[in-house]
Design a protein. Structure first.
Length: 275
């Protein structure tokens, strides 16, 4: 008759329900039990509850508003528990099953967001439209929340949303990062019309048009000390091969040898401006 004792007994039966298959006793008695902290009975119990919540949510009809609210209250306890116990993938699976990706935005912190975004983007190829775009947009929002503009821009370009791309670019106030974003846009041949009053507009526009691409390539080559032209023999490395017979390629006609050397020379020294 005592309500507190009754709720505690419901908690115990909920935990014992993990030992039975093909039922949802754990979830049923958890909703009837006390409101103590969700992780009091251990991580495996929380995982078991999350699985039952996902199955129950899918089977509920639109009219079952009260039951959905009760489940959502439980989800609001499970998701932050998973996020704080290095189980971000399980938290993402749960919010994806109940189609409430906004809860991921609510409970992700600075330590968890890289793993959450990585998991969401990894799931994109395996889900149908429009859920795949929803996952990408959620990842974009998370990256923007923590000022990770290059990663956010990469997913925005994958969405091919020009308004979102421009919004991300303009929301970044660091000129150095804006230059990095400009290189990313130039690589995908995306050009943004920038206001003339924006700091560094001329440099950003030039980068987006790929004008300094060759100069940057040569600068990197000088840093790596690979500016010296390579000869085809550096690629063939024929001195490492055993002597061939008279029928081998050593006796090919000179025209074919010259043609092969021309192709190799062109490709191996491409972009360096000298061969």
């Amino acid at each position: 008759r005592d309500k507190e004792t009754k709720a505690f007994c419901a908690d115990i039966i909920s935990v014992l329900g993990m030992t039975k298959l093909d039922n949802r006793d754990s979830l049923t008695y958890k909703l009837q039990g006390s409101k103590e902290e969700i992780g009091a009975w251990g991580h495996e119990y929380v995982r078991h509850l999350a699985g039952q919540v996902a199955v129950e949510w899918v089977e509920l009809a639109e009219e079952d508003v009260g039951r959905k609210e009760a489940l959502l209250e439980l989800v609001n306890q499970i998701v932050p528990y998973h996020m704080s116990h290095n189980a971000e993938a399980e938290a993402c699976d749960l919010v994806m099953e109940i189609e409430r990706l906004d809860l991921a935005m609510k409970y992700v912190d600075e330590q968890a967001y890289p793993r959450v975004c990585l998991y969401l983007s990894s799931c994109v190829p395996f889900v149908p439209d429009p859920e795949n775009t929803n996952l990408l947009r959620c990842a974009v929002d998370l990256y923007r929340k923590f000022d990770q503009f290059p990663q956010a821009l990469r997913y925005a370009m994958q969405l091919n949303d020009m308004d979102l791309i421009q919004d991300i670019f303009l929301s970044c106030k660091d000129l150095t990062i804006q230059k990095q974003l400009s290189y990313m846009l130039g690589r995908q041949q995306i050009f943004l019309e920038l206001d003339s009053d924006l700091p560094g507009t001329d440099d950003l526009t030039e980068i987006m048009s790929n004008a300094p691409l060759n100069a940057a390539f040569l600068s990197l080559a000088r840093e790596l000390d690979i500016m010296e032209p390579k000869v085809p023999e550096d690629i063939y490395k024929s001195h490492l091969e055993p002597n061939r017979t008279s029928l081998g390629p050593n006796n090919l006609d000179s025209a074919r040898q010259n043609l092969a050397s021309s192709f190799v020379n062109g490709f191996v020294n491409a972009g360096f401006g000298q061969d």
